[in-house]
Design a protein around this ligand. Structure first.
Ligand SMILES: Nc1ncnc2c1ncn2[C@@H]1O[C@H](COP(=O)(O)OP(=O)(O)OP(=O)(O)O)[C@@H](O)[C@H]1O
Ligand SMILES: [Mg+2]
Length: 348
């Protein structure tokens, strides 16, 4: 038992004895000591049973994330490096919230990476109370309600940051959000406004929050540019973030949806535009093999070919990229495995 435990225990005993006297005043004093003791005991032990905003629950284990990205994410070297460097820099010391925006065609790994980040950051992963996930299409569907959404979001974010400054806010399908909604985020994302708006502005030297946007905006530009580079003989693994960043931010700003003419872009509060490149056959094959292996089946070339035949590759004329990336591959693989097992049973 340490010193605080001893004090707490003695307080509890004292309270019990005092209460036993049954005198009204003594009872009152006893009750107040009891409540103080319970409060300290609760504060001390609550984190053993419930999630707290402490290192025990907020792991921020970037080595683990890096390992996962290396072993599980195929064909996204630029995204991998950009995300790891951005997070390392942010954790090291940052006066501003980290803001990243993931862009790319469907099934290229945007949500997949979010899940990996959440698992590496929070002991409870995506279930952490400090991990907030908003789906633009489902949660903010109507343009006419944009002001109502702004108030709602403002409250969630400011309450969230008060509860834990190491919270993470993810906005999926930003392209399906009403125009203008993201503008209310600027004070949270921007260094100057955030510090002015917090009451304890003097003591806050670091803003530990992380905001991530996901969308398909800028995809057309990414695919076009990647194809151009490919035609010029540039290898995918030699491409750099600089080849895509400007192109994505311009594309996003001009396309319809949450980023359209958005202040978040105009005021440059987004730190990193992260391109998720369309996946080639070689990457999709890896996704397929993994999906088969996860079902306990070592796939034959024939099985992989069959699964590939369900996928569409484009754009014309080269047809280099899987239009849906590695999306819905599991379902195709499951169907093939099921059929094969049935065939085997009938042979038996
Ligand atoms: N680059 C990748 N490497 C490995 N697996 C991937 C990759 N991209 C996608 N996958 C697999 O495909 C599934 C679907 O991908 P994900 O949901 O991340 O797509 P997305 O980029 O969010 O697409 P959308 O724009 O349609 O929302 C993932 O759960 C994962 O299993
Ligand atoms: Mg997605």
């Amino acid at each position: 038992m340490n010193l605080i435990d001893c004090i707490l225990a003695s307080l509890l005993v004292l309270t019990f004895l005092a209460s036993a006297e049954c005198e009204f005043i003594t009872f009152g004093i006893g009750a107040s000591i009891l409540s103080t003791a319970s409060y300290y005991a609760y504060e001390k032990y609550k984190c053993m049973y419930m999630e707290c905003c402490t290192n025990e629950y907020i792991l921020a284990d970037l080595d683990r994330l890096e390992y996962k990205l290396t072993s599980k994410l195929f064909g996204q070297k630029i995204a991998h490096e950009t995300i790891i460097n951005a997070l390392r820099g942010h954790l090291h010391n940052s006066p501003k919230a980290l803001v990243m925006s993931f862009h790319g065609t469907p099934g290229t790994g945007k949500n997949y990476v979010i899940e990996m980040i959440a698992k590496s950051f929070y002991k409870n992963g995506v279930k952490s109370q400090y991990f907030y996930f908003f789906n633009g299409r489902n949660e903010f569907p109507l343009q006419r309600k944009v002001d109502e959404y702004k108030d709602k979001l403002y409250k969630i974010i400011s309450d969230g940051l008060q509860k834990c400054e190491r919270s993470m806010f993810v906005f999926d399908e930003v392209d399906k959000m009403p125009e203008g909604l993201l503008d209310m985020l600027v004070p949270f994302l921007d260094y100057n406004s955030y510090h002015k708006s917090t009451k304890h502005s003097e003591s806050v030297s670091q803003n530990k929050a992380i905001f991530i946007f996901l969308s398909n905006t800028g995809s057309t530009q990414i695919v076009k540019h990647l194809t151009n580079l490919w035609e010029k003989g540039k290898k995918r693994e030699n491409m750099r973030l600089q080849d895509f960043e400007k192109l994505i931010s311009d594309g996003a700003f001009n396309e319809k949806g949450g980023f359209h003419h958005s202040d978040t872009i105009q005021t440059s509060v987004i730190d990193h535009y992260v391109p998720f490149l369309p996946l080639e056959e070689v990457h999709v094959r890896k996704c397929l093999s993994r999906a088969f292996m996860e079902r306990g089946v070592t796939p034959t070339e024939e099985m992989i070919e069959e699964a590939l035949s369900y996928l569409t590759f484009g754009p014309e004329p080269h047809n280099l990229y899987s239009m849906a990336g590695c999306k819905r591959i599991d379902q195709k693989v499951a169907a093939i495995v099921h059929r094969k097992q049935k065939e085997l049973k009938t042979i038996d």
